[in-house]
Design a protein around this ligand. Structure first.
Ligand code: HEC
Ligand code: HEC
Ligand code: HEC
Length: 179
């Protein structure tokens, strides 16, 4: 709806900016070259060490098999939609909107919290936060987290946004958190 509004107001210009619905490009495309290193705030390095990066791998371990069996899930948890929906970046998204570079293997990647990146990654949109948001960047707030951190998780641990968000913090140096 919002998008239609923008299209009407700005006409052709917007068409050239939003070539299509944003699609998921995968963590490596966001961060392997750009969002890494001391000056940028080490987003890639911090994510790689986080539990999120291992979320798909977790589904292959003993505990996952036990959890799945208890829930009556037959077969491999790494192939079970009941598990994948919270353990990978873009579960349930239309195939056309997920590039082959965004794989289940990356676990819960950048775009699980920041939204599909194909449009906001463009240089002209990365110049400002507002432009990036207009191109699909999400505000990674509590609502984003609790899509997965909720009681439907078979191993649910109480989730307090204020505390949990500090754990893998990766702000750009010199910028203060918005919340
Ligand atoms: C797409 C689903 C998803 C989203 C969105 C998500 N998480 Fe997670 N999170 C997970 C999964 C799955 C794990 C467990 C990974 C594992 O242990 O293999 C996890 C683990 C964590 C952990 C580590 C907990 C521990 O036991 O050490 C923290 C901290 C965390 N998440 C914080 C957040 C915050 C803060 C947000 C929102 C800004 C968020 N998560 C958004 C799925 C998600
Ligand atoms: C679990 C959710 C989650 C994941 C995964 C995640 N982020 Fe973030 N990211 C956040 C949150 C929350 C903030 C802080 C937002 C704020 O307070 O302004 C943030 C902030 C940022 C910022 C700073 C924005 C600013 O204005 O200072 C950048 C850049 C960023 N993330 C890039 C990345 C990249 C690149 C990846 C993947 C390597 C990634 N993030 C993975 C949740 C996440
Ligand atoms: C609603 C989202 C959601 C679903 C569905 C989900 N998980 Fe998770 N899972 C999480 C989150 C969030 C965490 C980290 C915090 C927690 O345990 O609540 C996690 C953590 C885990 C852990 C690590 C827990 C630990 O204490 O070491 C295992 C193992 C796991 N999940 C297996 C599974 C399996 C197997 C399935 C499918 C049967 C599944 N999960 C379905 C969200 C989910």
């Amino acid at each position: 709806m919002i998008k239609t509004g923008i299209l009407l107001v700005l006409g052709c210009f917007t068409v050239s900016v939003f070539s299509a619905d944003p699609h998921y490009i995968g963590t490596d495309k966001c961060a392997k070259m750009c969002h890494k290193g001391e000056k940028k705030g080490r987003q890639y390095e911090i994510w790689q060490k986080s539990k999120h990066a291992g979320a798909f791998t977790t589904l292959a371990n003993e505990k996952s098999r036990e959890v799945a069996t208890k829930m009556g899930i037959k077969g491999d948890p790494q192939k079970a939609p009941e598990c994948l929906r919270c353990h990978v970046t873009a579960f349930g998204v239309k195939k056309e909107l997920v590039d082959p570079t965004c794989t289940n293997e990356e676990g819960v990647g950048c775009e699980a919290c920041h939204g599909p990146g194909s449009e906001y990654r463009k240089l002209n949109n990365m110049k400002s936060h507002d432009l990036a948001v207009a191109a699909g960047l999400w505000e990674p707030n509590e609502a984003v987290c609790v899509k997965c951190h909720n009681k439907e998780s078979p191993t649910y641990k109480p989730f307090t946004f204020k505390e949990e968000v500090k754990k893998d913090a990766h702000l750009i140096p010199g910028k203060a958190a918005k919340k």
